[in-house]
Design a protein. Structure first.
Length: 212
């Protein structure tokens, strides 16, 4: 499936990867200046499955966190980009929304609490594969029984690489997310292509799964 909305790109800032930090910091600055806060397709899918307390890892500008809080969810939103975190805090405060906004390096994040929904959209591919898979397991641990995980990554077949630090990224095998959540109830599984500059593509895998 080929998705055409250019605004559906996932803009994340990852500590420890200077090239990725610079790439996404510029994107965030532009989006903040232009007040560009629309949900991308993956966030729209996830919004339909949110439950209870929500944790969004790599929240970026926090568009999903804002919509979740507007819908009545208590939200914790974490990202490594200072400007994005600051802007999300400002927006949440202006609307009086229940969002706890945290600036943190997610490369070594470990679950210390459980949530009804844990979201990581467009995040894990910016870590070396070993770290990415460790965080993925922590996401599973952080979901309460009956809760939902929504995870989205770039996969093999992606040809647009400009946002990656050569020493720190991971293109997942196409079905790895589904295999990781094989012991859960899969609510949604999708592989989607986005057009990218230079006639290249970004190929994403998305899984939304419910813990038994």
């Amino acid at each position: 499936m080929r998705l055409q909305d250019e605004n559906s790109e996932h803009r994340r800032c990852v500590m420890g990867s200077n090239l990725s930090v610079e790439f996404f910091a510029k994107q965030f600055d532009r989006q903040i200046a232009e007040q560009e806060y629309r949900l991308n397709p993956f966030e729209q899918w996830t919004l339909l499955h949110l439950a209870g307390r929500v944790l969004e890892l790599g929240c970026g500008l926090g568009n999903l966190s804002i919509e979740a809080a507007r819908a009545g969810h208590e939200v914790t939103a974490i990202d490594a980009c200072p400007d994005a975190v600051k802007d999300l805090g400002r927006r949440a405060q202006a609307e009086g929304l229940p969002i706890r906004v945290v600036e943190a390096d997610l490369a070594e994040w470990r679950a210390t609490d459980t949530y009804d929904t844990v979201v990581a959209i467009g995040l894990l591919m910016f870590f070396p594969c070993e770290e990415a898979r460790a965080v993925l397991q922590e996401i599973k641990h952080a979901v309460a029984p009956g809760g939902v995980a929504a995870v989205n990554v770039l996969i093999e077949g992606t040809t647009f690489m400009e946002m990656f630090d050569p020493e720190g990224y991971c293109l997942f095998p196409p079905r790895e997310l589904e295999a990781t959540f094989a012991d859960w109830k899969i609510l949604l599984a999708s592989i989607d292509d986005f057009p990218a500059p230079g006639e290249k593509i970004k190929r994403f895998a998305t899984v939304i799964a419910q813990r038994p």
